[in-house]
Ligand binder design. Structure first.
Ligand SMILES: [Zn+2]
Length: 396
């Protein structure tokens, strides 16, 4: 017994835990009636009713009248007094969309596969529809969304707001994605590169928290990076900083899709990795190769060890130029951990100046690969909402 405060297992801490269970259920499912909350949490209807009342008084949830199965019911959703922000992130083969009250507080999220050969306008329409569905599913009006960030795995020209070159998205070059989304959803939209967004996510909630000079390295189908300087994302003069995939590591190497020769991407991108294995292993997906490498397949391990070495050679240049404290590896390849990190470290030690190489740490990213960019997108959308609110106040 602890008469002065909630001890573990006490009535008070049980109540606290149940409140969190109700909040989690609402977050997971968007909006729920109290009967549905009872079903999801296994709590009694009376307990749910009390907990919802407490959460409402605390301002943590909002209640809306609705009709379910022809009967009047109260819909419970996460409170959003200053509106919601959203992120729609295009991956190599999917779209992931989230709406949230802030970067750490996702209200609802959804993932949808995307065909590799989709048209840009189709991708944009799908993302807009997904955002609308999430808002509706969570019991929110379209106007509750205050800002949206769209992430694309391609370089973005900060001046024009257009896709600078195609990256892994054929058919997107020159498309004004932000303008199209703004028109579809009637909110301020900002477009950014997914590696940049993942770096922001890692800086806000992951392994780059509290790091002044660092880098997020994304290795999946392609290679990209987001650079953190002074704790903030460094975008460069036109917004394309961090395009490490097109750093030349062999002047006489294979011709890259960017037109240059011997770019890092031609050595460690999925095409290179899968191409090297085709004669011996047949046609595999990147996911297959990673799974086989984890199971001990010697050929699959070898291609990633080589990739780690090439990444280290390119990173040595970055280490010399920026003298970072920490480089974190994200993207699908991060699942391989030390298999890639060890040869990367060796190459950095071999190729970078000793004092810079000695101070840089190389580690796996803190957030899961499909989460870092979404969290970063929500972080940037949160900033966008704030500046829009300040601008509105100044006008009013
Ligand atoms: Zn290139």
């Amino acid at each position: 017994m602890n008469p002065t405060g909630p001890a573990p297992g006490s009535q008070a801490s049980l109540r606290e835990m149940n409140r969190l269970r109700v909040l989690d259920a609402v977050r997971e499912h968007g909006a729920l009636t109290q009967v549905e909350i009872a079903g999801v949490t296994g709590l009694s209807a009376a307990t749910v009713s009390n907990l919802v009342r407490e959460l409402d008084v605390a301002g943590a949830v909002q209640l809306r009248p609705s009709i379910r199965n022809g009967r009047r019911a109260t819909q419970v959703s996460v409170a959003t007094s200053s509106g919601l922000v959203g992120a729609a992130v295009f991956g190599d083969r999917d779209i992931r969309v989230a709406i949230a009250t802030g970067p750490g507080d996702i209200v609802s999220h959804k993932r949808m596969p995307l065909p590799a050969d989709h048209a840009a306008d189709e991708g944009i329409a799908r993302a807009a529809r997904l955002v609308q569905e999430l808002l509706e599913g969570a019991g929110h009006a379209p106007a509750d969304l205050r800002a949206l960030v769209v992430g694309l795995p391609a370089p973005i020209d900060a001046v024009s707001g257009e896709v600078g070159s195609e990256g892994v998205l054929p058919g997107w070059r020159g498309v004004a994605v932000a303008a199209a989304m703004e028109e579809a959803l009637a909110v301020p939209v900002r477009l950014d590169n997914t590696a940049n967004l993942a770096a922001v996510g890692e800086a806000r909630l992951g392994a780059l928290q509290g790091i002044s000079t660092g880098m997020f390295l994304k290795v999946s189908y392609g290679v990209g990076a987001g650079i953190i300087i002074g704790g903030e994302l460094f975008r460069g003069s036109a917004g394309t900083a961090g395009e490490i995939g097109h750093v030349t590591i062999d002047e006489n190497g294979p011709v890259c899709r960017c037109g240059n020769r011997g770019c890092l991407d031609t050595f460690v991108g999925a095409n290179a990795v899968l191409g090297a294995l085709r004669p011996s292993h047949g046609a595999l997906t990147l996911r297959d190769v990673i799974a086989r490498a984890l199971q001990g397949d010697a050929g699959c391990r070898r291609v990633f060890e080589d990739a780690g070495r090439h990444l280290g050679v390119a990173l040595a240049g970055v280490v010399n130029l920026l003298n970072p404290e920490l480089v974190v590896l994200g993207g699908q390849v991060a699942r391989l951990g030390d298999l890639v990190l060890a040869p990367m470290r060796e190459a950095i030690e071999r190729c970078a100046i000793p004092s810079a190489a000695a101070t840089v740490r190389v580690a796996v990213a803190g957030l899961p690969p499909d989460e870092a960019d979404v969290r970063g997108g929500l972080t940037v959308a949160d900033q966008l909402r704030e500046s829009a609110e300040r601008a509105a106040l100044a006008v009013g």
